[in-house]
Write a protein that binds this ligand. Structure first.
Ligand SMILES: [Zn+2]
Length: 180
């Protein structure tokens, strides 16, 4: 089905679907799109897979520079960047690789950066029961760089603060200073 849709797009841009280089393109593009949106077929429980461990650590845990690749829901063009995720545990910690997997699950969907930032923060909060969660995402948007205003160096920064990251200025400040 998606393969057919890509064949139509290729024709509509003025190409010849029978040109040798394009013969398998609808199938390949469909496969690539399915991969780029595989987050729709994942859920939090399965991604975290019980990697939650008891801990009496109540200091901030920060995972910086988590690469992310997403597609903007307005143009279906990529936006690419990094997520920084921090939380303050309340009795349990989550496997570090799971934080990256949670970021990936939400990035591999049609997204806007603002919503994705919030979804990631809320997911970490709900899975860990943390005292607070902070998420900062910086990304470059191809829909801005390749079309429209064509601003090559514009990057967008979004943040979401929950719990103590929202209520305690010193917690938020500690988080933000660790990102510099
Ligand atoms: Zn866009």
């Amino acid at each position: 089905m998606m393969e057919k849709a890509y064949a139509t797009i290729i024709e509509q841009v003025g190409e010849d679907l029978n040109r040798e280089g394009l013969l398998d393109t609808p199938a390949r593009a469909a496969k690539a799109m399915a991969y780029l949106t595989r987050g729709y077929h994942q859920n939090l429980e399965e991604v975290v897979n019980n990697a939650l461990f008891p801990s009496d650590n109540s200091e901030m845990v920060l995972v910086k520079d988590i690469e992310l690749y997403s597609l903007c829901e307005h143009h279906l063009l990529p936006f690419i960047g990094k997520a920084h995720v921090a939380y303050i545990p309340d009795g349990k910690v989550i496997g570090l690789s799971k934080i990256a997997r949670i970021v990936d699950m939400y990035a591999r969907r049609l997204q806007i950066q603002e919503n994705m930032t919030k979804e990631i923060a809320e997911a970490i909060m709900s899975m860990t029961g943390a005292k607070g969660v902070g998420v900062v995402i910086e990304a470059k948007h191809m829909c801005m760089m390749m079309r429209g205003v064509e601003k090559q160096n514009g990057s967008m920064k979004t943040s979401m603060m929950l719990g103590t990251f929202r209520s305690k200025p010193e917690t938020r400040a500690e988080f933000l200073s660790l990102l510099c």
